[in-house]
Write a protein that binds this ligand. Structure first.
Ligand SMILES: *Cc1c(COP(=O)(O)O)cnc(C)c1O
Length: 380
């Protein structure tokens, strides 16, 4: 009767990749080397030949992108309150101000039609997020960016393998930051990449990636440092895992879509939950997020599912309500859509190794977990 615990996500690393990591360890070259170059070349091929630089995290990639654009104190960057907090943190660390724009409740991404009202003479960039791997409308986004002559940093951390206009995210647009964190659609344990517009930008990115150090010519006297770069290089071990995962990306994402379809088919629509937008054209189904009905208490609901052997996640509370942002003047009621979604969202289990029966099991457990969650709130 008792089934193994079903986590909300789990990476799938094959034996060939594990063996390849052993080879890298034995090779004597364990930090950035030939595997990183190979990983970058394969990513670039996937992104239509655009230059790609591998990094130790997508957060690092977004920091680099802000540095490359020259975002600094006094500047504003327009983004969404519904993201992993990295998106706004990097803007603050650059000394600039994240300007939040509320979400479109249909996509749960930044409401593109509200962006223009938030643009000021200090706006330096648009910084949209593809929540759950559902891409922001790239046609409308770049129409706005072109009209106002703004750079775009795509926080495409969750969008690996998602597409727009039949092309993979990363192959179009301005600066695109993708994550290979353990929970993303493919992983390098920790890691990410930044897709750039040209070789000149790629060289700039390399400087920001590793201490701004350059070596001119072969001489030991040829070393110079031209800008205060950070420490964001990817290791060959991580790149080797990324290479193994990249081979499986298509299979992984196809499997995710099959599981997502099953959620739509099996989910009891009478429970009052809001399902995500059923966009099988663009999304990579990084997550399957339901919104609980207003009367249900999320904590008890998640605890009840956990007791039934099912893990879930919360991605994410609206970030302007975190202490850091409240101290900057943000308050409840500012972004009603983001706040409602942030309060009600629950990420259900979705990962490639899941069985069809696991989806059925989750769907069967939701009704009872919800019923128990309402009782618990009423008596709390
Ligand atoms: C995962 C994630 C990041 C950060 O990626 P790291 O590789 O962990 O730095 C940023 N933004 C979003 C939306 C993410 O999901």
């Amino acid at each position: 009767m008792s089934q193994p615990f079903l986590p909300f996500t789990r990476p799938a690393i094959d034996e060939a990749t594990i063996a390849a990591v052993g080879e890298v360890l034995r090779s004597g070259w364990i930090t950035s080397g030939p595997k990183v170059k190979e990983f970058e070349a394969q990513l670039s091929a996937m992104f239509g030949g655009r230059p790609v630089r591998a990094l130790s995290s997508a957060t690092g990639g977004m920091e680099i992108a802000l540095s490359m654009i020259g975002v600094q104190a006094g500047d504003e960057v327009i983004t969404t309150p519904l993201s992993w907090v990295a998106t706004a943190n990097v803007v603050l660390r650059a000394g600039a101000k994240p300007v939040f724009v509320d979400c479109d409740p249909r996509t749960r991404n930044i409401d593109l039609e509200r962006i223009e009202a938030a643009i000021t003479p200090r706006t330096r960039a648009l910084f949209p997020v593809d929540l759950a791997g559902l891409p922001v409308d790239r046609d409308r986004l770049y129409e706005i960016a072109r009209k106002h002559k703004l750079r775009v940093i795509e926080d495409a951390a969750q969008s690996m393998g998602a597409s727009w206009g039949g092309k993979p995210i990363g192959s179009i647009g301005d600066l695109v930051s993708i994550s290979f964190h353990a929970n993303k659609n493919i992983t390098s344990c920790e890691g990410g990449c930044l897709v750039l517009n040209n070789e000149d930008e790629a060289r700039q990115c390399e400087l920001w990636r590793l201490q701004g150090a350059v070596r001119r010519g072969d001489s030991w006297e040829g070393m110079d440092v031209t800008l205060p770069g950070g420490k964001h290089n990817m290791t060959d071990i991580a790149a080797c895992i990324g290479l193994g995962q990249l081979k499986a990306l298509k299979t992984f994402n196809e499997r995710r879509a099959v599981l997502a379809r099953r959620y739509f088919e099996r989910f009891d629509r009478t429970l009052g939950c809001e399902l995500p937008l059923a966009d099988f054209e663009h999304s990579n189904w990084h997550m399957f997020q339901i919104l609980l009905p207003e009367w249900a208490a999320r904590g008890p609901f998640i605890a009840n599912l956990r007791a039934a052997g099912i893990g879930c996640g919360v991605h994410y509370p609206a970030m302007h309500l975190f202490s850091l942002f409240r101290e900057l003047g943000h308050r409840v009621g500012e972004f009603p859509h983001a706040e409602r979604i942030g309060r009600a969202t629950v990420s259900l289990p979705l990962f490639p190794a899941m069985q069809d029966g696991d989806v059925d099991r989750v769907c069967a457990a939701i009704g009872p977990a919800l019923a128990a969650a309402s009782t618990q709130r009423a008596t709390a």
